[in-house]
Design a protein around this ligand. Structure first.
Ligand code: PMV
Length: 334
């Protein structure tokens, strides 16, 4: 698998210049998919079965600095050096292995700082791998474009391909087996009134990671057979909703898409149940609140936490109905 990935890195960087600096640094936002990526057609190159569309979370994300070292990798997370045998360091180390030959360096020092509160249970792998690729680009001076950076980030984590941009981002699944047409692009549309609210249910580590969860779903779930068509239709509706600022269509489609993804997980074997009792309670609450006339919708990733979608005009009432939520404004405010 590594050889295929290393060859892909060389292909993407072909023609990129190299003006190495002492240190590279970058920030990448976290993102939440409105139309989810669920299922790989190629695990080595992280090529998805379906295209997806997300919204980046503004200043919530990851800041990363990277420098070359003579001996041994050092990885710090939020100011604390991480044990070499930890899963976090192993995953970063395996990703850096793809870049050691092209950078002529055997070791790195990586300092990474998340502005996402860990307790919010928001995936940091997307912003983490995107920030790492952007910092490597800054260090090496490759001068490659966002499309290429998106493809490199994709190798770390699929959703990281979307985190190299702000705003609404579409990751096109692509068709080619070499992975060179599978990258994310930014939609040139801003929606300053849009809000995302995080309802924290649990900050515990999920028992099954998304890589294994996807694989299990694709291989064993009968319902997954309908997912690619559902995702294609939802992506089309979400794009139209964004282009027309049709919030009801956006919210409805995003909620249905997330619940359909969970239906494919539930019908896998062994079943994948990421929702906790409190997640289900919050789903009912969103539906009740909406029936009472407040326009609020939800989306859920491969975990127990609920993300609310609403507009600025409903912010006060949503905060009253869901006390303690963290409200994110993904776009610059007017
Ligand atoms: O990028 P990964 O491997 O962490 O998978 C992300 C999967 C979901 O969060 C459930 C959906 C998505 O599109 O972000």
């Amino acid at each position: 698998m590594k050889t295929i990935q290393s060859q892909f890195v060389k292909k993407v960087l072909l023609g990129g210049k190299s003006l190495q600096k002492a240190e590279g640094s970058a920030f990448a936002p976290s993102n939440i998919a409105l139309c989810k990526y669920w299922g790989k057609r190629d695990a080595g190159l992280n090529l998805p079965i379906n295209s997806s569309l997300s919204i980046s979370l503004g200043e919530l994300g990851t800041h990363t600095q990277i420098r070359l070292r003579e001996r041994g990798d050092v990885v710090c997370l939020n100011g604390v050096q991480q044990a070499a045998e930890s899963g976090f360091v192993q995953r970063i180390g395996a990703f850096l292995d793809l870049f050691r030959p092209v950078l002529g360096s055997l070791f790195f020092e990586v300092r990474t700082q998340n502005t996402i509160p860990t307790a919010a249970g928001l995936a940091s792998s997307a912003s983490g791998f995107a920030a790492l690729v952007l910092a490597l680009n800054d260090l090496a001076g490759w001068g490659i474009d966002r499309k290429q950076l998106s493809m490199l980030a994709r190798l770390g984590s699929g959703s990281a391909s979307r985190s190299v941009y702000e705003g609404f981002v579409q990751w096109n699944a692509g068709q080619q087996s070499d992975g060179t047409d599978s990258f994310a692009e930014r939609l040139e549309i801003e929606w300053p009134e849009l809000r995302v609210g995080i309802v924290e249910v649990s900050a515990d580590r999920k028992p099954v990671g998304s890589r294994d969860g996807m694989n299990r779903t694709v291989v064993t779930s009968e319902l997954y057979k309908s997912w690619p068509d559902q995702a294609r239709a939802d992506l089309f509706s979400i794009r139209s909703a964004i282009e027309q600022f049709d919030f009801a269509l956006l919210g409805k489609t995003a909620e249905r898409n997330a619940l359909a993804m969970h239906a494919t997980m539930l019908s896998a074997w062994p079943p994948l149940l990421y929702l906790q009792p409190d997640s289900v309670e919050q789903i009912h609450k969103v539906q009740r609140t909406r029936a009472d006339g407040l326009e609020v919708y939800l989306t859920i990733d491969a975990g127990p936490n609920i993300k609310l979608l609403f507009l600025a005009e409903s912010e006060r009432e949503v905060c009253e109905a869901f006390p303690g939520i963290r409200v994110i404004r993904p776009f610059p405010q007017l």
